[in-house]
Design a protein around this ligand. Structure first.
Ligand SMILES: Cc1ncc(COP(=O)(O)O)c(C=O)c1O
Length: 396
């Protein structure tokens, strides 16, 4: 048999999904696993949104739609971006895809030619590197550690730029760190991008989940020269508890939006019609349920961080947004836990799952090998139980 595509064969499976499937297998065997793996809200999708989906089915809205989404949804996205962040986009600049993840990939194939470099601040969401490679690009990571709250500086960005750099990616608030860049920090990074004529991918899917009353600044609001080169990626999955509906959307200049739409027309065709009608309701209906969910996440974050600060041998920075905790397991390196020598976050996560049946995600794939990621998109009872088990595990 002839060789498969080298690009496709090099793609690594998502570690997040791998841990989740190991945990599911254990659960199916009757093992009581506490899961902190996948990043999805544990809340049900709000009722008004579900009703809109039923209404769409009842009204026979079950046919193909235009590739970049139904006009009502593209308009609803534009209106919401204006209401929430003061952004001025026309409906024609909005591209709806089958999840924000799909739009990340579509954007890559729209922008990149073979060998183009993409700068990604590390730790990063693990899909970014793979998506860059899948589109023939070269990921270049720039690391920021705990001491800078996992934020890179404009000097670091500048130093990573070469004549092959095409795109800078920023995820704010960040998965996995929960880091939130301020307006002035973003301005300084964007100035480097303008200076070197780079595109900017701003993944703002967690923008609705920012805590302590802090302000969120959308990159595209930082001036026309920034907006023109920015591809804003967001969607309903996280803020509206709609992960399974698979609706994400991008906002970009007309040319980029058109090429992305053409690409979608020959790949998925269009996102699910029923989900699109549900997303219209999410964006135009009452928003109070999402504020209520955010408040619950904030309460869980506070509990989580407080407990971790009292556990010897692990640590975390207080996240300002999203729903993840990056836990440093550096002090555990070299110990034997659950019969396994811990050499990295991978060993730690595997041993914790086998020994105490707690599923967390090792962060090597996120560019941070000495860390594991927990999500607090889990109930307070689960968080309490998971941390009790962690304490027991660390006793060795
Ligand atoms: C940073 C980031 N961007 C995008 C996504 C994808 O979201 P969606 O469910 O809309 O594909 C995720 C999901 O985990 C994420 O963490």
């Amino acid at each position: 048999m002839k060789e498969l595509s080298r690009t496709a064969s090099a793609v690594k499976a998502s570690t997040t999904l791998a841990i989740a499937s190991m945990a599911k297998e254990m659960q199916m065997k009757g093992i009581d696993v506490v899961g902190f793996g996948t990043g999805e809200p544990d809340f049900a999708t709000p009722e008004n949104i579900c009703r809109a989906a039923h209404a769409a089915i009842d009204a026979g809205k079950t046919k193909y739609t235009p590739a970049a989404g139904i006009p009502a949804l593209r308009q609803a996205v534009a209106d919401r971006l204006r209401a929430d962040y003061g952004l001025d986009y026309k409906a024609s600049q909005i591209v709806v895809a089958s999840g924000a993840k799909h739009n990340v990939y579509i954007m890559m194939v729209t922008l990149l030619n073979p060998g183009d470099e993409v700068i990604i601040p590390a730790p990063y969401w693990l899909t970014y590197e793979e998506a860059v490679r899948m589109a023939g690009g070269v990921p270049v990571s720039v690391s920021a550690g705990e001491e800078s709250m996992f934020k890179i500086t404009p000097e670091q960005l500048e130093a990573a730029v070469t004549d092959r750099t095409k795109l800078f990616m920023i995820n704010n608030p960040c998965n996995p760190t929960g880091t939130l860049y301020t307006e002035s920090e973003l301005r300084a990074l964007c100035a480097v991008c303008v200076k070197h004529d780079l595109y900017i991918m701003a993944d703002e899917i967690y923008s609705g989940l920012v805590y302590d009353g802090q302000a969120f600044t959308s990159v595209a609001s930082l001036g026309e020269d920034v907006k023109e080169r920015t591809i804003l990626i967001t969607g309903v999955s996280k803020s509206y508890a709609m992960t399974g509906w698979r609706i994400g959307y991008a906002a970009a200049n007309e040319q980029i939006a058109q090429v992305m739409s053409n690409y979608i027309s020959h790949s998925t065709g269009a996102p699910s019609t029923i989900s699109q009608f549900a997303a219209v309701e999410a964006l135009t209906g009452p928003q109070d349920t999402i504020y209520a969910m955010r408040d619950v996440f904030e309460e869980r974050r506070n509990y989580f961080v407080d407990r971790v600060s009292r556990i010897d041998g692990v640590s975390c920075v207080k996240p300002e947004g999203a729903f993840y905790i990056m836990m440093s397991v550096r002090e555990q390196i070299g110990r034997t836990l659950g019969g396994r020598v811990i050499r990295s976050g991978d060993d730690f996560a595997l041993s914790l799952l086998e020994q105490e049946h707690v599923a967390v995600v090792p962060c090597a794939g996120f560019g941070a090998p000495d860390y594991v990621r927990w999500t607090y998109a889990a109930s307070l009872d689960e968080i309490r139980e998971g941390l009790d088990r962690l304490e027991r595990f660390l006793k060795g």
